[in-house]
Design a protein around this ligand. Structure first.
Ligand code: NDP
Ligand code: PYC
Length: 339
């Protein structure tokens, strides 16, 4: 078993930011990437933690993302739609730029959407919906990816792993947040199984001949499967429509055509929607936040756990003790810092 070391969260952030700075990213890009990657590592979300640094660096080196991009808030087109052009940089600084405007418009109108165009995206979506809940708002976030998932009943990659996340604010408690790939698992999980030499659970993927496989190499060469059969397939298709076609950005097949590989981070757009529960519930009986708590209590009373609880427990441990990294992860960081 790999030995482990404990690293303070701030130290990991400094290292990750320094790696991106050395690779030529500007302050805006490096700081936002370090925030999202360290948050993933802190919350034990390994598929979108420091493992993602090398993919981001490869994408910079390949000239497929602009390391010095400065995202731009576009002039108001419609009251409820806030648009940020990432200017071919990463999605994360574009989200950070758009969030305060999104929150303000959602508070005023009850609902608002943030459209991010021309961004490269490799990260988890929960940091974004969590950030929306800090404003007392509920949030939805979604984006396409590149073709790696066969539609239910199909046998070739077409849809992306298209993540879908939701957040609901809770007074004095961590928000209710879920965030998942619309494939059975994120592609990052398949890659982590491959690196660890571990077989995949049954039902995650098919090989290039369309047969079910538990071999990560065969899965990467074949196609992943949508979660929940035709239901996940339809939700994933909806994401292609809303966060690709509707916002005038690339769909997963178009991303793969453009990029020609799944070894780099994909360029596309993202759609984020914020809702004011108070505005939607106005004039109706009951306080929406109190009513939500009744529902959450009923779920937990059955012995079920709320999504994100595992993350919040990991976060509390990391905040108290630091982040646990394996020796090989520490070596990876040292190697990247020395580049
Ligand atoms: P998981 O299947 O690990 O988890 C999905 C969600 O379900 C989480 O909110 C998780 O909470 C919750 N959950 C898991 N088990 C339970 C349980 N027993 N009871 C209640 N809730 C539970 O995630 P995925 O592998 O599908 O996705 C991982 C990440 O990959 C996501 O953050 C996603 O955004 C990211 N991703 C990004 C893509 C991109 O293009 N940028 C593409 C695809 C995925 P908890 O974390 O607490 O376990
Ligand atoms: O894990 O499926 C994934 C993924 C694709 C792009 C970023 N993450």
């Amino acid at each position: 078993m790999d030995a482990t070391i404990i690293m303070p969260i701030g130290t990991l952030h400094e290292h990750v930011e320094a790696i991106f700075r050395k690779a030529g990213l500007n302050d805006i890009q490096s700081a936002a990437l370090a925030r999202v990657i360290v948050a993933g590592e802190r919350d034990a979300c390994k598929s979108h933690g420091i493992y993602r640094i090398e993919g981001a660096l490869r994408t910079v080196k390949a000239g497929k993302v602009k390391p010095d991009a400065v995202p731009e808030l576009m002039p108001r087109e419609h009251g409820a739609i806030v648009r940020v052009n990432a200017r071919h940089g990463f999605a994360n600084p574009a989200f950070e730029l758009g969030l305060p405007v999104l929150a303000e418009r959602a508070r005023v109108s009850g609902i608002a959407a943030l459209v991010i165009n021309d961004c490269t995206h490799f990260s988890a979506l929960w940091p974004e919906v969590e950030a929306i809940t800090v404003h007392g708002l509920a949030g939805l976030a979604m984006c396409p990816s590149y073709s790696t998932v066969a539609p239910a009943g199909g046998n070739k990659p077409l849809l992306g792993t298209n993540p879908f996340a939701f957040g609901w604010p809770r007074a004095g408690k961590d928000p209710y947040v879920f965030d998942f790939a619309t494939s059975v698992a994120a592609r990052g999980e398949i890659e982590l199984h491959r690196r660890a030499g571990k077989a995949l659970p049954e039902g995650w993927a098919i090989d290039a001949q369309g047969n079910l496989t538990t071999d990560p190499e065969a899965a990467l060469a074949g196609a992943m499967l949508p979660f929940g059969g035709h239901k996940g397939s339809a939700i994933s298709t909806m994401i292609e429509l809303l966060a690709g076609v509707m916002i005038g950005d690339l769909t997963s097949p178009e991303v793969l055509d453009y990029l020609g590989t799944t070894t780099l981070a994909p360029p596309h757009g993202e759609l984020i929607i914020a809702f004011s529960p108070e505005a939607f519930a106005a004039g109706r009986p009951g306080n929406p936040f109190e009513r939500a708590e009744v529902l959450f209590d009923a779920i937990v009373d059955q012995g079920a756990r709320l999504p994100s609880l595992r993350r919040y427990v990991a976060r509390a441990k990391s905040q108290a003790e630091g982040i646990t990294l394996t020796a090989s992860e520490t070596e990876q960081l040292e190697r990247l810092l020395a580049l």
